[in-house]
Ligand binder design. Sequence first.
Ligand SMILES: *[C@@H]1O[C@H](CO)[C@@H](O)[C@H](O)[C@H]1NC(C)=O
Ligand SMILES: *[C@@H]1O[C@H](CO)[C@@H](O)[C@H](O)[C@H]1NC(C)=O
Ligand SMILES: *[C@@H]1O[C@H](CO)[C@@H](O)[C@H](O)[C@H]1NC(C)=O
Ligand SMILES: *[C@@H]1O[C@H](CO)[C@@H](O)[C@H](O)[C@H]1NC(C)=O
Ligand SMILES: *[C@@H]1O[C@H](CO)[C@@H](O)[C@H](O)[C@H]1NC(C)=O
Ligand SMILES: *[C@@H]1O[C@H](CO)[C@@H](O)[C@H](O)[C@H]1NC(C)=O
Ligand SMILES: *[C@@H]1O[C@H](CO)[C@@H](O)[C@H](O)[C@H]1NC(C)=O
Ligand SMILES: *[C@@H]1O[C@H](CO)[C@@H](O)[C@H](O)[C@H]1NC(C)=O
Ligand SMILES: *[C@@H]1O[C@H](CO)[C@@H](O)[C@H](O)[C@H]1NC(C)=O
Length: 445
Amino acid sequence: MNLNTKRWPYMKHNNSIIKLLISILLIGFAFRLFFYRSKEFATDVVAVTAFVNETEVPKNQTFGSIPIVEPPVSVAVPGPEDHLEDYDDEKCDLFIGDWIPNPSGPIYTNASCPLIEGHQNCMRNGRPDSGYLYWRWNPRACELPQFDAQRFLDLMRNKTWALIGDSISRNHVQSLLCMLSTVEQAVEVYHDEEYKSKRWLFPLYNFTVSVIWSPFLVEAAIFEDNNGVSTSEVELYLDKLDKKWTDIYQGIDYLIISTGKWFLKSAVYHENDTVIGCHYCPKRNLTELGFDFAYSKALRSVMNFIATSHHNGLIFFRTSTPDHFENGEWHNGGTCQGTTPVKEGEIKLKDLNQILRDIELVEFKKAASKAAENGVSLKLLDYTKLLLLRPDGHPGPYREFHPFAKDKNATVQNDCLHWCLPGPMDSWNDVIMEMVINWLNKSQS
Ligand SMILES: *[C@@H]1O[C@H](CO)[C@@H](O)[C@H](O)[C@H]1NC(C)=O
Ligand SMILES: *[C@@H]1O[C@H](CO)[C@@H](O)[C@H](O)[C@H]1NC(C)=O
Ligand SMILES: *[C@@H]1O[C@H](CO)[C@@H](O)[C@H](O)[C@H]1NC(C)=O
Ligand SMILES: *[C@@H]1O[C@H](CO)[C@@H](O)[C@H](O)[C@H]1NC(C)=O
Ligand SMILES: *[C@@H]1O[C@H](CO)[C@@H](O)[C@H](O)[C@H]1NC(C)=O
Ligand SMILES: *[C@@H]1O[C@H](CO)[C@@H](O)[C@H](O)[C@H]1NC(C)=O
Ligand SMILES: *[C@@H]1O[C@H](CO)[C@@H](O)[C@H](O)[C@H]1NC(C)=O
Ligand SMILES: *[C@@H]1O[C@H](CO)[C@@H](O)[C@H](O)[C@H]1NC(C)=O
Ligand SMILES: *[C@@H]1O[C@H](CO)[C@@H](O)[C@H](O)[C@H]1NC(C)=O
């Protein structure tokens, strides 16, 4: 099924009048982000908001607002298959399965792990229900052992990991560190000025884990202050990779690379040091190329670099994750009130998430065969659908400490994009451990 062409078949004709009409009529999206400095982490929240009338966006928001237009679809994205068995040499597809009850619950808590960022610390913040903690991911075709922190650390002696991407990668690194902290506490050994990139060491194992802030993976000039208020469009260099990760790339044994929602922002696109167009820049006299164009291009640059890199470790490309805002979005009261997982088929991936994922699968698939020819181990972590079934896993209003303590009816901004810790993300590490073990087995034999 090709969502894009189904929904916007007329876009293919490149008719400028229709294009203009559609850019006026299409539901717009406001994309906001905010972060603040903290000792734990710089926290940023990416907000994708839908609203019909862009002028209705309050101009004085604390968090700033960048309106963007839903994709004028400039490239026809071929409908990829739902999963990529051809390039998946695992014993079974670990990403097709169900969430099943897990009476033993998470292996860490807010009390045992000091590394949970405040906005994701749902337990500490007073989330009243706890049912969301008692589930684990169960692939249909095979047995998935639960994450074994001791075994993982033993395997990772003298090794290095890096998780590269946006705030979802930062969410994930905390999950991994917390699970490992059941054996040994990680020691923070580095952070950048804004606490966005960090590195930890597990001293007994000489095992290093980094998180690297590179929300676009390609070079970007972002004009935002600390409140996320933007003074200009992002300048994106689609053919230049962000040195923040490429400089360290060869020295890291295991990488998890991802990106996604930041590409929805209004941006000016550069290629060959030339401005080639933009996405939602009404004040600039530039061709609207659509974020999907930029996303494909940027991912192609990333994938090409990886596939030809002669890296001899294990590289994961992770698909972007779905949000579950309902009855609104970030800025206008969107919530996520689920308390249990849903079943496959009961929930549909939102159009925007689907578009991002389709592009990811297309670009990954192209890169995977090239990587294999070059002896590069590149694997897909396709968590999109697995997380789609967990509308219960977000902080919702509990991104703040006891949000209803003073006023039961308080209006609180909900986070239906990031994930509670402990929470569904912990299952990611079950899958990763299984894939690492399989890969090590294979590379040793
Ligand atoms: C959009 O909202 C503004 C302010 O509320 C209003 O003046 C304008 O008529 C609206 N436009 C449309 C197309 O609804
Ligand atoms: C924005 O406007 C509203 C209503 O006019 C006001 O209550 C609020 O304090 C303003 N926020 C900022 C950050 O100026
Ligand atoms: C952990 O959360 C519980 C509530 O679930 C709370 O009572 C406790 O104080 C929290 N502990 C820490 C260290 O945050
Ligand atoms: C880790 O590195 C140290 C020092 O280079 C070495 O002595 C040790 O054998 C290594 N351990 C493993 C498991 O590679
Ligand atoms: C720690 O691991 C690194 C490789 O990641 C290795 O170069 C170094 O020698 C190790 N140090 C010790 C003390 O084992
Ligand atoms: C950039 O350069 C490459 C190779 O030199 C060329 O194929 C491509 O068309 C150029 N792109 C633009 C937008 O000029
Ligand atoms: C916009 O760009 C086009 C093509 O580069 C040019 O013909 C036109 O005059 C420009 N319009 C404005 C208002 O600058
Ligand atoms: C909160 O809302 C409930 C029902 O909507 C209402 O009965 C109650 O008076 C409200 N409480 C406050 C403090 O506003
Ligand atoms: C890895 O290989 C060992 C020995 O060949 C085998 O016992 C084990 O089951 C394998 N593990 C996995 C996860 O395939």
